[in-house]
Design a protein around this ligand. Structure first.
Ligand code: HEC
Length: 154
């Protein structure tokens, strides 16, 4: 639990919204969204193979799954600055304020994501059946977090 908290922890240092601080916030939001674009890129390749839209390739499947595992284990605490919710920065982010008001509840969702990526990293290169057996947990982990913590619109 301690490890999860450090990896997905929220910097508790909101200070006055000076212009420099607002820049930091917008920078953190962009980095957060860039992070999830990379997640989507790698997960999308695996979803495509699992569905049969793209031919299964063991080496590629393994590379994407290992990338996801590495992404899931990054210490991203600096991209979750207080003051960077949809309520604070309208039009720029879909991160709901409940992330901060109920923290560390979101850590549980991140834990499911980490576990799904670890299982896939260990199995996605072992054949299409293995990928298919384990891809569901990955999709569920995205959905599980988005349902509660990501708004539909910016
Ligand atoms: C622990 C929670 C959590 C998990 C797990 C998670 N996401 Fe997200 N995701 C978010 C939040 C919060 C945002 C909104 C970020 C923002 O707009 O600042 C987001 C945004 C995104 C975006 C939009 C990025 C952009 O450019 O605006 C994509 C795409 C995405 N997630 C894909 C995924 C996929 C695919 C998975 C699973 C493989 C996943 N996410 C897992 C919380 C999560």
């Amino acid at each position: 639990m301690r490890a999860y908290l450090t990896i997905f922890s929220i910097v508790a240092a909101a200070s006055a919204m000076t212009p420099a601080f607002a820049d930091n916030i917008d920078d953190a939001i962009k980095a957060r969204q860039g992070f999830y674009q990379l997640v989507k890129h790698n997960a999308g390749a695996l979803f495509g193979m699992a569905k049969g839209d793209v031919n299964y390739d063991a080496e590629k499947a393994s590379a994407h799954a290992n990338n996801l595992k590495a992404l899931a284990h990054m210490n991203n605490s600096s991209v979750w600055l207080p003051g960077s919710s949809k309520e604070d920065r309208k039009g720029k982010t879909r991160a709901l304020p409940v992330i901060w008001s109920t923290y560390p509840a979101i850590v549980e969702k991140d834990k499911a994501f980490k576990e799904a990526t670890a299982t896939l990293a260990a199995s996605a290169g072992d054949g299409l059946d293995q990928l298919r057996a384990n891809i569901g947990a990955l999709g569920a982990s995205c959905k599980g977090c988005h349902e509660t913590y990501r708004a539909k619109d910016f």
